[in-house]
Write a protein that binds this ligand. Structure first.
Ligand SMILES: [Zn+2]
Length: 235
């Protein structure tokens, strides 16, 4: 199993790794990685694997049979090679800030209205967020954005840790996705916005709400009761 370093330290921008296996020349498996694979609404990381003086661009990262597969732009790597992983940190850091912002909004909305998340997609320049809400009320949503902004940019720590599944499932609202089934694992990874929210989550987040900045509404769409849709971006 690829050791997912980003789950423990989301601020690792560089790290060493050993190639464990290469498939069809361009699909590279490592013993450990800082590259986030596409999943849970968070896009994959990009960057480079560097072997001596040669850089292999990482163009896609995804999960594959429990492993993490790095697709690179050209052939040449082989099992046993020592590589240096370097993230496109600007992209990743923006996604971390967006992901934490999305949790703040989802949490406030869930607490205030009971709305569940029905879909979410982070992009480099915006966040799309879908949720179920009985009544479509633009003003109410704008109010929750304003509430989120009161919290964002203030000094509130964010932590992540593993909890035994049984204990984690006792936390009210720990799963806010309408159709999410907790994974069949003995423990769950919890992302906690201290004093506000605890959510089962495998994504990468910032350590403090101070780092997020503010969010700005792009647009609100009404796609039916289970798909009220909001787009926002970071400022
Ligand atoms: Zn999340």
């Amino acid at each position: 199993m690829t050791k997912a370093l980003f789950l423990v330290d989301s601020y690792l921008k560089k790290s060493k790794a050993t190639v464990s296996f290469v498939k069809d020349g361009k699909f590279v498996f490592l013993d450990q990685t800082i590259f986030y694979p596409k999943g849970g609404g968070q896009p994959y990381d990009t960057g480079e694997l560097i072997k001596e003086t040669e850089a292999y661009k990482v163009v896609h990262v995804r999960k594959f049979s429990g492993e993490i597969l790095h697709e690179v732009d050209h052939d040449g790597l082989k099992a046993g090679d020592e590589v240096y992983c370097v993230l496109n940190w600007e992209r990743r850091y923006k996604l971390m800030r967006s992901h934490t912002a999305a949790h703040v909004f989802a949490s406030l909305l869930n607490k205030g209205t009971g709305a569940l998340t029905t879909g979410n997609q982070l992009e480099e320049d915006h966040v799309r967020f879908d949720f179920s809400l009985e009544k479509f009320d633009r003003e109410l949503l704008e109010e929750y954005l304003a509430k989120s902004n009161q919290l964002l940019g203030t000094d509130v720590p964010v932590k992540w840790y593993e909890l035994p599944k049984e204990e984690a499932m006792k936390i009210p609202g720990v799963v806010k996705m309408a159709k999410a089934f907790p994974p069949d694992l003995p423990s769950l990874r919890i992302v906690e916005i201290v004093g506000f929210d605890r959510q089962a989550d495998g994504g990468t987040h910032v350590r403090n709400l101070r780092e997020v900045g503010k969010i700005e509404l792009i647009k609100i769409e009404n796609k039916g009761k289970n798909n009220r849709r909001i787009y926002f971006k970071l400022n």
